[in-house]
Design a protein around this ligand. Structure first.
Ligand code: NAD
Length: 367
């Protein structure tokens, strides 16, 4: 197994270092190789995704990615901005399936804007199709309207489209992921209004015939948005298109209230994946040693489960994170009265301690 380590910018280097420590104590045999990406790569090589980094990403079984970006690059031409590295990796590796879990650890329910009983123990996996839909459909553009409500006025238009194979492959991903969880898939569409999503619904239903052990239901996107805040624990795996997934995954993430806790993954049809925290490079706190590394550590757990076929090791990491939270350790973003505030390194070391059977937070003094 080979893992490409791409820490990136800002807090990326701090949080990835902790995730690597966690991987190293698991007693698994894998090779790692680190490379620059984002602003750091631009500084060194003049491009956010240099050929050497892309070559490493291509040959690796999985990529552990920190975050990229800094406001100082905002004036660069778009192609050279750090964020282009992620888009480039998605495109070159064909990463069409985006996994965004929304997990609310019972110890952190106070961080949610919903009532604790609605979110305690929440564990949803949103699977968003990442390379199709209205974000990529052609034609698109601006023109002078020849018909519609205001002929002669300037108008803009985009094209929503999905082909049968694109829907089939994301449906397979969702059903297979459900098998590793609680065996339920909710397919979110807008089949009542959109042709694209009528095809979506038909194809997901057809693919479902190959997964009789998984339960499937269909939900319109407006209802899904409502149910996510009404009774979020009803969901197990949610599969949907690029635009609906973009919106619903952020909504679900916010149910947990803490961006520093949320991992993510983007996979291709060879199960090769890019694993990263859902948050960005947080330039406002970079270099201070206070960033929460748990989203990245949980991304490493996802990497073990979905790309490296090491579900047991993944579960060990998740249990260790749970143990650290139960021991009352918190980085500043999730801290609350009565818990112990720790920095990035102490949090990483506490997860390592939990994995190796040592006392969690032994050397940490209460703040
Ligand atoms: P951000 O996610 O970096 O930060 C938003 C807020 O959350 C900040 O206050 C930050 O301090 C806090 N935060 C984020 N992660 C945290 C963590 N692990 N621990 C504690 N607090 C944390 O979003 P932003 O400020 O809008 O963007 C900053 C830069 O990151 C921009 O250049 C943006 O383009 C980039 N970005 C990159 C990615 C990525 O690499 N995938 C994703 C989003 C944004």
């Amino acid at each position: 197994m080979k893992i490409a380590i791409l820490p990136g910018d800002g807090i990326g280097t701090e949080i990835v270092a902790e995730a690597v420590k966690v991987l190293q104590v698991l007693d698994l045999s894998f090779e790692t190789e680190t490379a620059l990406v984002g602003g750091a790569a631009y500084e060194a090589h003049g491009h956010p995704l240099p050929e050497s980094t892309l070559a490493l990403a291509r040959e690796a079984d999985a990529i552990l990615f920190g975050a990229v970006g800094d406001w100082k690059y905002d004036k660069l031409e778009r192609a050279l901005r750090p964020e282009q590295a992620i888009l480039g990796l998605r495109k070159h590796l064909g990463l069409f399936a985006n996994f965004r879990p929304a997990i609310c650890h019972p110890q952190l329910t106070h961080a949610s804007s919903l009532k604790p009983e609605l979110v305690a123990g929440l564990d949803i996996l949103i699977i968003r199709e990442l390379t199709g839909d209205i974000y990529f459909g052609q034609p698109r553009g601006r023109r002078v309207a020849v018909d519609g409500h205001f002929p002669g006025a300037e108008e803009a238009f985009d094209t929503m489209r999905y082909s049968r194979p694109e829907i089939e492959r994301i449906a397979h991903v969702a059903f297979q992921a459900a098998r590793k969880r609680h065996g339920r898939v909710t397919s979110v569409d807008k089949a009542n209004v959109l042709e694209t999503f009528q095809l979506w619904k038909d194809v997901v239903t057809e693919v479902h015939a190959q997964y009789p052990d998984v339960a499937l239901d269909h939900m319109y996107v407006d209802n899904a948005a409502m149910q996510l805040v009404r009774a979020p624990k009803k969901f197990d795996v949610v599969v949907t298109g690029n635009m609906f997934g973009d919106i619903l995954s952020d909504e679900a993430a916010m149910l947990t209230g803490s961006i520093g806790m949320l991992p993510s993954a983007s996979l291709n049809d060879r199960h090769q994946g890019l694993y990263e925290p859902s948050h960005g490079s947080a330039p406002d706190i970079a270099g201070q040693g206070i960033a929460n590394p748990l989203a990245t550590i949980l991304s490493a757990a996802m990497m073990l489960r979905y790309s490296l076929n090491q579900s047991e090791a993944a579960a060990r990491i998740e249990s260790a994170v749970d143990a650290v939270l139960s021991a009352g350790l918190r980085t500043a973003d999730i801290w609350s009265e009565g818990t112990t505030k720790v920095g990035t390194r102490e949090m990483g070391e506490a997860v390592v301690a939990a994995l190796t059977g040592k006392t969690i937070g032994k050397t940490i003094t209460k703040s």
